[in-house]
Ligand binder design. Structure first.
Ligand SMILES: *Cc1c(COP(=O)(O)O)cnc(C)c1O
Length: 377
């Protein structure tokens, strides 16, 4: 069994994907081909923002926004303690200081109260200049943008949605990657909308920032390629990746998003009496980048993971370490406590998750989980 079965997806979409890739090879427009523009327009329309600017990967998308906002040494950028490393890495890479805040135990997402406590502590200390908030749509569910925006407004901070795992989620009718002042996503193969290599995008409404991003991603280009008006980077989405994302995006809209929600519902119905199943807040919709259960203790989690492995059921621990404990962030001051993140790192377990998981497979996985937990007790 695969944790995220990209092969079965490819089998389902093979004809369209192969034709799309072949068209690019025939055209030889490998960089900035017409499919890149076409994809950007489709994604911007779907998300409901004015501009989608694709780039090399989700980490670059975040870094490009750090550049666009002029984030620099002496600035504080607030980052959830429970997320993938890149959410905080880009802040340090920009020369600024990541200030970590805690998350909610039920949604795994940003806790606006812990965030506000961190902002106040940084202000009271007076050493760093609070500049921006990064919130993450962890495991596919949008963060609590209503309350996060309130904190951003109150302290005059920019708000960035790291939607690397969130594409396809929504709050009411408002789609993920449309929240805050700007949003980013990733097309890494295992993300909800994945390509066949690295890829990413920024979503913004602001015309000037969009212009800046379109320039800076291609060596700070001006009116044409050999007119360079600023120092930039080389971070583009390959035409082949854009081309194969077009049929994948169609399948995502036509049925994959709906199917992955059915998988989540089946898991929850089977498991809710045995483990802590993931909570989607009222009015929120997830794109289920991960289906993450919580066990009672690290011991129970590890026993379950090992026993499932013996049954050829792959599971993952996202994430085993809080951001503030990463060696790379050694010496960075902690302004608040992280009791929720500390506990989650000990007790979470992500189960196989993708839209092509069959009812039989779900049954096999959940029956094994129940059996193993019973044996253990
Ligand atoms: C995957 C991920 C990223 C980075 O995306 P890449 O395309 O791998 O660079 C950033 N933030 C979060 C929350 C992610 O899950």
């Amino acid at each position: 069994m695969q944790f995220r079965d990209l092969k079965v997806q490819y089998t389902a979409l093979k004809d369209e994907i192969d034709a799309s890739i072949a068209e690019v090879i025939e055209s030889t427009h490998f960089i900035s081909g017409k499919q890149v523009n076409e994809l950007e327009e489709k994604l911007a329309e779907y998300v409901g923002v004015k501009h989608c600017i694709t780039c090399g990967n989700g980490t670059d998308a975040l870094t490009l926004m750090m550049m666009a906002w002029g984030i620099k040494e002496g600035d504080a950028v607030f980052v959830p303690d429970f997320t993938f490393f890149a959410s905080g890495e880009v802040v340090s890479y920009a020369g600024a200081t990541p200030v970590f805040y805690d998350v909610h135990a039920d949604t795994f997402n940003a806790d606006a109260e812990s965030l506000e406590e961190a902002v106040r502590a940084v202000k009271a200390e007076g050493k760093l200049n609070p500049k921006a908030i990064i919130a993450v749509d962890l495991f596919g569910q949008p963060a609590d943008y209503e309350n996060l925006q309130k904190v951003a407004d109150k302290y005059d901070l920019l708000l960035l949605e790291d939607g690397a795992q969130g594409f396809g989620g929504r709050i009411g009718d408002k789609k993920a990657c449309s929240f805050g002042d700007a949003a980013t996503t990733s097309f890494f193969p295992a993300k909800p909308l994945g390509c066949y290599g690295d890829g990413g995008a920024v979503f913004v409404n602001d015309d000037d920032i969009a212009d800046y991003l379109r320039s800076v991603r291609i060596h700070g280009k001006g009116s044409f390629k050999y007119d360079n008006i600023r120092i930039g980077v080389n971070s583009r989405l390959d035409t082949i990746q854009a081309a194969l994302l077009l049929p994948k995006f169609k399948a995502f809209c036509d049925y994959e998003l709906e199917d992955v929600n059915k998988v989540a519902d089946l898991y929850t119905a089977q498991l809710r009496d045995n483990v802590i199943t993931p909570v989607v807040a009222e009015g929120f919709h997830s794109s289920w980048a991960q289906y993450t259960i919580q066990l009672k203790s690290r011991k129970e989690r590890d026993i379950l993971q090992n026993a499932l492995k013996e049954k050829d059921i792959p599971t993952m621990i996202y994430y085993p370490k809080p951001m503030h404990r990463q060696k790379a962030f050694d010496g960075i001051k902690q302004y608040v406590d992280y009791p929720v993140t500390e506990r989650l790192c000990e007790t979470v377990l992500a189960l196989p998750m993708h839209p092509y998981l069959s009812e039989e497979q779900i049954e096999f996985i959940t029956e094994n989980i129940k059996y193993i937990l019973q044996e253990d007790r």
